[in-house]
Design a protein around this ligand. Structure first.
Ligand code: G1P
Length: 912
């Protein structure tokens, strides 16, 4: 092994396990360790990172990605070797850092899997090897565990004095800048036979100074359960005057702790440290000895006896590690792919777990995600459900139902999401802001749910609406509202109003239809999907999302017709005020006229001013469907005529935006081409792009947005800060929402291409995501899809990204074509040659109709997409009578429901 070389990761097993040489030669690497009980840790190759259960309860100091190399406050495990001095088993010592580029540097190897992390570090001069394994046990305890095994790799007996060290920050992230010192004075530090515990007396955070109950501890034992020899509970005493955490006096001079075996001493008012000294151990050559370290967060003082009883031996550690691996394997393996590209299949397992990680971490608590308090936004809530529909489908119905309680009667929605399902909170900061894309996502997710389940009754189920002081999409304030009146919409007579889910969906998609800017596209308002387009709230328009809403209107109209046909739903019951929005039923609005649309919207706002009459009307289902279809057709026509940019190069694309000066954003200008991927994705994904426009768009994307090094950029260079569009353009070009390869939009582009039958093109896009992410030498990330790839090709904001949900969804429903069609199972494979193995097979394990299936495609003739068709299908060995639809075949749900639950059923599909 060459210590100076950057190696890629290699998969070593069938459950995503991988290994990586020299992991400490790449900066910014980190790995998530988490459980369903709320423990959220991060660990780096040098055991840096953090451990927390929330914004106000950090065990270690909260950090941002830069702190991984600027801060010395990491987990550490020191040994003092007689005659040789101090060495850090985690690589965090001033001496090892100084020798990092020399021939006496440590060797390091990372191995990891679901969800465990192991570093093997050895040093020839010291004659020692340390294997450090970390994980957060599955279950509900807020615990992180670490086991260190020291081995004598030299030829003489080695006497080592170990000291485990974890800085105990023990408070709110807010206190990092605000009163860090004063809050250390609150610390009450206890030592007991196995470790150090801190329970600050008060909590200083925005909630005021209150008695604090949360306790934080670091405990440890030798592998056989023997107690530590002593304790260093105060950081400044451990490091010594003038010392530091990476060259601490107590270790370097091998001084004995003041507090000896058994602990029992208390300290107050200092920065705390989980410093555990162990008895010296003499290891003959080849001999090893293990230690277990437990980091714990509890809502009250920690029951150390119980904790040690459960976690305090190497035997318990190993057993719990296996349980944890099994827990995650069960989750991840609910969806599995077996193709001609086994590395891609293993990589997909890491993508599959990402939506679960986002459910657990929110968008916070990993080093790049150094913002927020763990919550997720409205958009993410709906995106994450896409993956859950595939991974944890049983829970999704109630999630979706609850989420709809966040919709306001003006079609906008709450943006602060509470802890409980369906809990939406009024914005305390009172920031009036509407993200114009928010109304578009719920229908997309709901449609997926309806297709997977056939549960059309869901549409007719009732749900409340959200209400706060904002009305008319934040243009007006309801002076009569205050927190005491609650956040549910009420009727004139004060009753809580409930409408069907269908009513919620209609509102979300109809209100934007009227809310247009001077070019007759839907107003950008606070921003759209791109949070960074936040400086065009007056005149900005999102043409991209106008296309999305129009496609929704068309799909909803089709759904209404199905509701009538299959459920006999002749009329739809709605809040009477909504009649105004179905203009074609009575007084038609001239859609060409911006002022006429806005006028109708004002009438609607006035009729439902943060309350409703409570009266319902029944409207004819067909007439509503006609109305929606008419609106959709008008938009498609409008976009094709007015927003299509014909390039001098022969191809063309859709303009995606207008800025705050009412100017068309995209086009070929003398300073260069301005183009966005977003502007193309939604017209292709829905119905706005006419079939003959798609090849032109693909050509323009390849020409203007594809960069050989970083893939499909989110936009071309606009060349300036764009004060009339948004903060994104303040970012350097090629980073994040300004021209990086932003995975979420790229995956949606791939998805859209597959949907419209551009399979080879879609595959090229998906493959680029894999290649960029897994090319470790450049991306420097562990397996999985990052939020974006920056100008240098580095993967950024790993793990927590909505792109993972979309990638998984695209693989299952488009590439493998295993998807619901209002409850029936549609098989419509769009596999390309390289995805079949040498025997012409490609398979997927997935859940459908509450049953597990393995779908095996077998190409009997050509492996090329377009040259094969479904020839025959068998279910558990018996031939299925095929119901062919264009491009695929359907198996009726009834047939699947007759199968046993709890076992895996085999569907074999011959392609010829
Ligand atoms: C993030 C946000 C997402 C937003 C996107 C673009 O993407 O989570 O809501 O639309 O930035 O601003 P993600 O990290 O999910 O890929």
């Amino acid at each position: 092994m060459d210590r100076n070389k950057i190696y890629g990761f290699e998969f070593t097993g069938n459950d995503g396990e991988f290994r990586l040489q020299n992991p400490d030669r790449s900066s910014f690497l980190y790995f998530p360790l988490v459980n369903e009980g709320g423990m959220m840790s991060t660990v780096t190759p040098k055991l840096h990172g953090q451990a927390t259960t929330g914004h106000n309860t950090f065990l270690t100091p909260p950090l941002s990605v830069e702190d991984l190399h600027t801060s010395r406050a990491s987990r550490n495990f020191w040994v003092y070797a007689d005659g040789k001095g101090a060495w850090s088993a985690t690589g965090n010592s001033a001496k090892q850092n100084a020798e990092f580029y020399s021939s006496s540097a440590d060797e390091a190897l990372l191995e990891a899997g679901f969800l465990w992390h192991r570093i093997t570090r050895s040093n020839a001069v010291m004659g020692v090897k340390a294997v450090t394994t970390s994980f957060v046990p599955s279950g509900n305890d807020k615990i992180e565990l670490m086991k260190v095994t020291l081995e004598n790799t030299g030829s003489k007996t080695l006497t080592l004095t170990p000291t485990a060290v974890v800085p105990l920050y023990a408070r709110s992230a807010d206190d990092l800048r605000d009163h860090r010192h004063v809050t250390s004075l609150l610390n009450r530090i206890y030592t007991s036979p196995y470790g150090v515990e801190v329970q600050p007396a008060l909590s200083f955070d925005e909630r005021g100074h209150r008695i604090n109950h949360t306790s934080y501890g670091v405990f440890g034992a030798e592998g056989d359960g023997s107690q530590p020899a002593g304790f260093f509970p105060v950081q400044e005493e451990f490091i010594g005057e003038g010392g530091s955490l990476d060259w601490p006096e107590a270790v370097v001079l091998n001084t004995a702790p003041d507090i000896g075996k058994g602990g029992g001493v208390q300290r107050e008012g200092y920065e705390a440290l989980g410093g555990l000294r162990f008895d010296p151990v003499s290891l003959s050559p080849g001999q090893s000895h293990s230690y277990v370290v437990i980091m714990a967060i509890e809502s009250e003082r920690i029951n150390t006896n119980a904790l040690i009883g459960k976690y305090g031996t190497a035997e318990a550690f190993d057993r719990l590690l296996e349980e944890t691996k099994a827990f995650w394997a069960e989750k991840v393996n609910r969806v599995q792919f077996q193709t001609g590209e086994p590395d891609v299949d293993q990589w997909m397992k890491w993508v599959t777990i990402q939506p679960v990680l986002r459910r657990l971490y929110g968008n916070s608590f990993l080093p790049y995600h150094d913002y927020g308090r763990g919550g997720r936004g409205w958009r993410d809530l709906w995106q994450d459900c896409l993956a859950l529909l595939i991974m944890e489908p049983a829970e999704v119905r109630s999630l979706l139902l609850n989420n709809y309680a966040g919709v306001r009667i003006d079609g906008s929605n709450a943006t602060i999401i509470g802890q409980q399902p369906g809990e939406f909170i009024a914005d305390r900061n009172n920031i009036p802001r509407v993200w114009m894309d928010h109304g578009a996502w719920p229908f997309l997710t709901t449609m997926l749910y309806l297709d997977q389940s056939g549960d059309l009754d869901f549409l007719l189920q009732k749900q409340t609406y959200f209400r706060d002081s904002f009305m008319s999409r934040c243009k007006e304030r309801d002076a009569s509202w205050n927190t005491t009146v609650g956040s549910s919409l009420r009727t004139d007579s004060g009753e809580v109003y409930e409408g069907t889910i269908l009513e919620h969906i209609l509102l979300q998609n109809l209100v934007p239809f009227y809310n247009v800017g001077e070019h007759n596209n839907i107003l950008l308002e606070g921003a759209d999907w791109n949070d960074g387009l936040d400086m065009a709230a007056d005149q900005g328009e999102s043409v991209a999302f106008t296309a999305f809403y129009a496609s929704n209107l068309k799909d909803i109209s089709q759904l209404l017709r199905i509701l009538k046909q299959s459920k006999g739903q002749e009329t739809i019951e709605l809040a009477e005020e909504m009649k105004l929005l179905f203009d074609s039923l009575e007084e038609s609005v001239n859609y060409e006229s911006v002022s006429a649309k806005l006028g109708r919207l004002d009438l609607y706002y006035a009729s439902a001013p943060n309350k409703v009459s409570g009266k319902r009307i029944a409207l004819d289902t067909d007439k509503i469907a006609d109305d929606l279809e008419k609106k959709a057709a008008w938009i498609f026509n409008h976009l094709r005529n007015n927003e299509w940019l014909q390039s001098e190069k022969g191809d063309g694309w859709f303009n995606g935006y207008y800025n705050n000066d009412g100017e068309q954003v995209e086009g070929e200008f003398s300073e260069g081409v301005r183009m966005t991927l977003t502007g193309q994705v939604f017209p292709i994904m829905g119905h706005a792009a006419a079939p003959d426009q798609i090849p032109h768009i693909i050509s323009a994307v390849e020409r203007n947005l594809l960069d050989a090094k970083i893939g499909y950029r989110l936009n071309s260079s606009f060349g300036g800060i764009q004060q009339n569009l948004g903060r994104a353009f303040g970012f350097a070009f090629g980073h994040k929402e300004n021209g990086a390869m932003f995975s979420h939009m790229t995956v949606m582009y791939g998805n859209a291409l597959y949907k419209r039958g551009y399979v080879n093109e879609g595959h090229k896009v998906m493959k680029s995501l894999y290649s960029l992410s897994s090319d470790f030498e450049t991306s420097r990330i562990y397996p999985g899809i990052p939020e974006y790839i920056n100008e240098q090709g580095r993967g950024m904001y790993t793990y927590l990204t909505g792109s993972a949900s979309w990638l998984l969804l695209t693989m299952v429903t488009e590439v493998f074509g295993v998807k619901g069609k209002l409850g029936d199972l549609l098989l419509e494979p769009k596999l390309v040659k390289e995805q079949f193995d040498t025997e012409g097979r490609a398979s997927i394990n997935t859940i459908f109709a509450d049953r597990e299936f393995k779908v095996v495609y077998k190409a009997a003739g050509s492996f090329n997409y377009g040259e094969y068709q479904i020839h025959s299908v068998s279910l558990n060995g018996s031939e299925v009578t095929l119901q062919r639809v264009s491009g695929g075949a359907v198996i009726p749900r009834a047939e699947l429901l007759s199968l046993q639950t709890g076992e895996c059923h085999l569907i074999e599909v011959t392609l010829a």
